[in-house]
Design a protein around this ligand. Structure first.
Ligand SMILES: NC(=O)c1ccc[n+]([C@@H]2O[C@H](COP(=O)([O-])OP(=O)(O)OC[C@H]3O[C@@H](n4cnc5c(N)ncnc54)[C@H](O)[C@@H]3O)[C@@H](O)[C@H]2O)c1
Length: 260
């Protein structure tokens, strides 16, 4: 195959996964999926800007990735603007964002109130708008943004009405953002994890965990590394012609027939 067929002037497909010379921001880098995503980006050669509200967690991931430490609350527009400014001051450029911040409220719908609605939409959806406005708009020469959604965005689950609705909003935002920002060379995608073992994932009784694993075609639950691998792929040149898409990473569980 002629080298000219490869995009971005790279010489081999494995070269396309490399992010050398790039500055990539991870929002919510302190633990779980965000921490693993920061490690993945760093191993691919990027300078990683590790953003989190928790300074202790941040310090650990900054050490692991030799990254840049920025404390910020992603629900505050001023903080996001400062992240863009400080990242560019420190490295001279800005090429990508992975945003994992979100939090599930597991509560029966009829027991939820207005505060629950406001906080779920703020934490899991609302902050994504200023992320695109303050960070993606500050990219040096186009770039990529990948959000983390959830299987809850694509199907119903007891207790997940507000969380699922907020993540579904994020899925829709990704599609429209991809259309609007594409001409500026900005790709916008999402990864939807199934049940993934992290410090924050809902603890399940052993019998329930076994029942769930039995329904997953690949017969295990996800790990933060499974999700980070998909995030790295979407941030990289391997996904250079992919935008507005949601990549489900769930061991195949969402493909099972409903009435099985
Ligand atoms: N773990 C799962 O089973 C699972 C499944 C589907 C989707 N998800 C989604 O994946 C994402 C990450 O999940 P996780 O289990 O790794 O979460 P986590 O709670 O372990 O980690 C989130 C990180 O974000 C930081 N953070 C929280 N609010 C912040 C804010 N306002 N500003 C800056 N940083 C903030 C936290 O300090 C923490 O370090 C979430 O969006 C979650 O909804 C998780």
């Amino acid at each position: 195959m002629g080298q000219a067929a490869l995009p971005s002037g790279r010489t081999t497909y494995p070269d396309l996964i490399r992010l050398d010379g790039q500055t990539q921001v991870v929002l919510g880098a302190g633990q779980g999926i965000g921490r693993e995503a920061a490690r993945a980006l760093s191993q691919a050669g990027a300078t990683v800007v590790c953003v989190d509200v928790d300074s202790t967690r941040r310090a650990a991931v900054v050490r692991e990735t030799d990254g840049i430490d920025i404390g910020a609350d992603v629900t505050r527009r001023d903080d996001l603007r400062r992240v863009a400014r400080e990242a560019k001051q420190a490295t001279g450029r800005l090429d990508g964002v992975i945003d994992v911040v979100g939090r599930a409220l597991w509560k029966p719908l009829l027991e939820t109130d207005e505060d629950d609605v406001a906080s779920q939409f703020q934490v899991s959806f609302g902050h994504a708008v200023p992320v695109l406005q303050e960070l993606a708009d500050a990219f040096t020469a186009g770039g990529a943004v990948t959000f983390v959604t959830s299987l809850a965005a694509h199907s119903g689950a007891p207790g997940a009405a507000l969380y699922g609705a907020a993540k579904a909003g994020l899925v829709s935002l990704v599609r429209s953002a991809a259309v609007e920002l594409g001409p500026a060379g900005v790709r916008v995608n999402a990864v939807s994890p199934g049940y993934t073992r992290t410090a924050r994932s809902r603890p399940l009784p052993a019998a329930e965990l076994a029942r769930r694993v039995g329904r997953v075609p690949l017969r295990r639950v996800g790990t933060a590394a499974d999700i980070a691998a998909a995030l790295l792929y979407l941030q990289s040149g391997l996904a250079g012609f992919i935008t507005g898409q949601v990549l489900v990473v769930d061991g195949g569980v969402s493909t099972r027939p409903t009435y099985e």
